[in-house]
Design a binder for this molecule. Structure first.
Ligand code: GLU
Length: 350
């Protein structure tokens, strides 16, 4: 079986170190195995997605050397999602619900006050055709929930080992919003099936989704792919990086003078047992990548490490490779000068 992975960013912002690490680990794993890397633009939300961000994502990936073998836009595949939704409806696994978010909030509060878990009570399954017609006549539009089987869904996770999610403790996930928008859950499964994705590699914040998505794969008559959920990034202070990620965009890092190989070596090796050194190339990084080297604890993102790797990569640039950039900056003073200064370069813009 030849490996095929995908990176599925939403074009609602620029790439930052968090989502680039996901792209990178997918790429390293695929290339290390001689497999394929798919770029799948998750633009089902037509209002929030922009072409500008889409182009930005491509520019950033290319700059880092993360080239793709296939490329798709989810916005071109709505007919496939409609078809899958129709099949799930026929099978009784996708059902219409009419509660407003206020009503759902109120119910959750009541459940919590009674010491019950705040999961959706499936009241909509009790509605008769007449009830539904009445609600629709009042102008209500349904959102659609996937009916979970409510069981232990287990898989062997490449990064976490044996993993299990009890779907009985989850609300039936909403797959289609009231305005008809497909949330990412179903399109992602439909695409993974159609594109013959062998491994889904993403952050551990997706573990619960995986439980529901494995049920959806099966409901659509497909085998679920392999999964790897990576520990999340934390800052040097050990605090979650998620809130600070917006300020760590790849575009800004490029403008600040970081070398792509310093960024990929850093993000590809933090949280693993490999020494934090600059690799010769992103391909070489792929050759040494293995999930078995990845620890279970969060990966520590420390800018001081990145700066050290960046200095290391600058020191290694031969004059012939540096020349065009020195000329562009109007500071090409010849090979002797470059060789004299490069060992002293810190994280300075090139
Ligand atoms: N667009 C989704 C996200 O960025 C994709 C998740 C996935 O990899 O399945 O969260």
């Amino acid at each position: 079986m030849s490996v095929k992975v995908r990176f599925a960013p939403s074009p609602t912002g620029r790439l930052h170190v968090g989502n680039v690490r996901t792209a990178l680990v997918n790429w390293l794993f695929a290339k290390g195995q001689g497999g394929a890397f798919v770029l799948r633009i998750d633009d089902t939300d037509l209002e929030r997605s922009t072409k500008e961000f889409e182009t930005g994502i491509e520019t950033d990936l290319q700059w880092l050397g993360l080239t793709w073998d296939e490329r798709y836009n989810q916005s071109q595949r709505f007919d496939r999602y409609e078809e899958a939704a129709a099949r799930l409806k026929t099978a009784g696994r996708l059902y219409p619900c009419y509660e407003t978010s206020d009503e759902l909030d109120r119910r959750r509060k009541v459940q919590l006050s009674r010491g019950l878990p705040p999961i959706y009570d499936r009241a909509a399954l009790e509605l008769t055709d007449e009830d539904r017609a009445k609600l629709e006549a009042e102008g209500r539009r349904p959102h659609w929930r996937f009916k979970l089987e409510g069981r232990r869904v287990a898989w062997e996770d490449l990064a976490r080992g044996h993993a299990e999610v009890d779907t009985a403790s989850m609300s039936d996930p909403v797959l289609i919003r009231e305005d008809g928008l497909f949330l990412y859950t179903l399109p992602s499964v439909v695409d993974d099936i159609d594109m013959k994705i062998t491994h889904v590699i993403r952050g551990e914040d997706h573990v619960t989704n995986t439980g529901a998505q494995i049920e959806i794969f099966e409901a659509l008559g497909a085998d679920a792919p392999g999964f790897a959920h990576m520990p999340l990034l934390v800052g040097a202070d050990g605090a979650a990086l998620s809130k600070r990620l917006g300020s760590l965009s790849i575009a800004d890092m490029r403008d600040q003078g970081y070398e792509p190989i310093a960024i990929t070596s850093h993000l590809g090796r933090i949280g693993t047992s490999d020494p934090l050194e600059v690799a010769d190339s992103v391909e070489a990084l792929g050759q040494s990548f293995a999930f078995s080297k990845m620890g279970r604890s969060p990966a520590r993102y420390d800018t001081a490490d990145l700066d050290r790797l960046n200095a290391q990569s600058l020191h290694g640039i031969a004059y012939d490779d540096a020349r065009a950039r020195l000329v562009a900056m109007d500071c090409d003073l010849g090979e002797g000068f470059w060789d004299a200064v490069r060992p002293n370069l810190g994280n300075s813009p090139m």
